[in-house]
Structures are given as structure tokens and as C-alpha cells.
Design a protein around this ligand. Structure first.
Ligand code: 5GP
Length: 116
């Protein structure tokens, strides 16, 4: 096992087993291990992009796919009508802890208005 791999890379390479909710050629989605709401799903690119600071024009399609998949999963989980929150944490002030770009899909209960 390459110890330099982050936990999400290990999930992608199946070195760490996690229930994959959705996967295609560009992105993968799975439940957060420490859910902050009844539905808390992470959507990640299949390639390593460390933070939102590291995106470039070549990633446009991946980023679009992440949002598209979030919207589809929200419908599948029946949280779309009441709504949900999409969060991307970036670096220290953004409280990012895993340095593999990921989108949080949070829903299933009323959120709080101010969170920063
Ligand atoms: P961040 O704070 O970087 O935006 O979010 C990282 C998220 O990854 C956290 O919500 C945390 O609970 C989740 N996480 C950390 N380790 C694992 C893991 O091994 N498996 C899963 N499914 N989620 C993880």
C-alpha cells in the first residue's frame, strides 16, 4: 500500500472498502464516515486534485459532473424537494482535512443559516 495515498485514493483503489453509492468514469460518491446530517455523501473526482486551488480548465468537465451527480443523488435520496446543501472546504480556513477535492452533499433535515 502506498502510504502517500490519501484515504479517498485508497477508497478509489479499493484498498479501503466503502459502500460506493455511485461511480462513473470521472467521479465517485460514498457516504461520509462521520455524517453531519441524515444524508451526508461525499462526491470526489477519480483523479487526485488536492484542493479547489488546484483546478484548471482541464477539470471543467469533472467539476460539472460532480454537481450533476450531486443533484441526481439528491433526487434518488428524496431530499431534493425540501433541499440540501453542497459544501466544498478549501485549505486551512475552509477546514479541509482530506486533501483530495470533495463535495459534501448534506440533507435530510433543516440546516442552520450561518455556518462560517
Ligand atoms: P473535509 O473536512 O476535508 O471537507 O471533509 C472530509 C470528510 O471526509 C469528513 O466529513 C470526514 O468525516 C470524511 N472522512 C474522513 N475519513 C473518511 C473515511 O475513511 N471514509 C469516509 N467514508 N469518509 C471519511
Amino acid at each position: 500500500m502506498n502510504s502517500k495515498e490519501n484515504i479517498f485514493q485508497k477508497i478509489l483503489s479499493k484498498k479501503v472498502i466503502t459502500d460506493i453509492i455511485y461511480q462513473d468514469n470521472l467521479v465517485t460518491a460514498f457516504n461520509d464516515i462521520n455524517p453531519q446530517s441524515p444524508v451526508h455523501i461525499l462526491i470526489i473526482p477519480n483523479i487526485l486534485i488536492k484542493t479547489l486551488n488546484d483546478i484548471n480548465n482541464n477539470h471543467e468537465f469533472i467539476l460539472g459532473r460532480m454537481l450533476l451527480v450531486a443533484s441526481k443523488i439528491a433526487k434518488k435520496k428524496h431530499i431534493n424537494k425540501l433541499g440540501y446543501r453542497i459544501v466544498i472546504n478549501c485549505n486551512v480556513h475552509g477546514c479541509q482535512t482530506i486533501f483530495h477535492l470533495h463535495m459534501h452533499l448534506l440533507g435530510g433535515r433543516q440546516g442552520i443559516k450561518n455556518f462560517f
